[in-house]
Design a binder for this molecule. Structure first.
Ligand SMILES: NC(=O)c1ccc[n+]([C@@H]2O[C@H](COP(=O)([O-])OP(=O)(O)OC[C@H]3O[C@@H](n4cnc5c(N)ncnc54)[C@H](OP(=O)(O)O)[C@@H]3O)[C@@H](O)[C@H]2O)c1
Length: 208
């Protein structure tokens, strides 16, 4: 699968490594340009390239957006029609500046990204796990201590694509609902955020 990454920091860089190891073609980007990503490009090896954010957005069947939320409007709108966009972002007002609609809980950060990229299908995932756990704690299917990654989104096919990728890199996807309601189960301040739970523990915590 062709996967473009917008943001190559703690989470974007980690996902580039894991998805590349799983055999996918990845295109990584950041705000400063591909020349600042040559070390990562070299580390990732064949099948990986550093590109501009516009190119990464246009490259992917799947596009991972992993930037500080305050910069989401800068995400290039060159994302393809029908692409799956995996949104790892969280809202931290101290870092991102105030978003009154989020402070008042009128919407969620993933719905803002969906409105910015209406041609794509946004799935919220990887937002609730610390990057070092993502990098180091993947497990084989069926392992008793395999951690869950909660996902939410409004398009079933995009959620299936995201769930497959999560399984391939060593975690159990757990679908917690649509973008609006599901997202509110795993954004900062919720019981699933940073909780490092197995899939059964996630379902238990949600009362399912
Ligand atoms: N750190 C974690 O453990 C963790 C866990 C779950 C979720 N998250 C969330 O995931 C998102 C990314 O977090 P992070 O820790 O990976 O951040 P980070 O290490 O600071 O990396 C942010 C990345 O976004 C890039 N970026 C910023 N603006 C951009 C733009 N306009 N176009 C393209 N790339 C841009 C940066 O590129 P430059 O360096 O070139 O500016 C950098 O590569 C945040 O919303 C965060 O809250 C983080």
């Amino acid at each position: 699968m062709r996967i473009g990454l917008i943001g190559a920091g703690h989470i974007g860089g980690t996902l580039a490594r894991l998805l590349s190891r799983a055999g996918h073609d990845v295109a990584v980007s950041n705000s400063r340009g591909p020349e600042t990503l040559r070390d990562l490009e070299k580390e990732l090896g064949d099948g990986a390239k550093a590109v501009t954010a516009e190119e990464a957005a246009a490259f992917g069947d799947v596009v991972v957006v992993s930037v500080p939320l305050g910069r989401y409007r800068e995400v290039p709108t060159s994302v393809r029609d029908g692409a799956t966009v995996i949104d790892t972002n969280n809202y931290y007002p101290q870092r991102d500046g105030a978003f009154p609609e989020l402070d008042a809980d009128r919407t969620t950060s993933s719905e803002l990204l969906q409105a910015h990229l209406p041609q794509a299908h946004v799935v919220k995932a990887f937002n609730a796990i610390y990057w070092e756990r993502l990098l180091n704690d993947g497990r084989e299917p069926g392992a008793a201590d395999r951690l869950a990654i909660p996902i939410s989104g409004d398009d079933e096919q995009a959620k299936r694509v995201t769930a497959d990728l999560i399984d391939q890199i060593g975690f159990d996807p757990v679908d917690v609902g649509g973008l609006a309601d599901g997202g509110r189960h795993h954004q900062p301040g919720t019981p699933l955020y940073g909780a490092d739970l197995t899939a059964s523990a996630v379902r238990e915590r949600l009362g399912r």
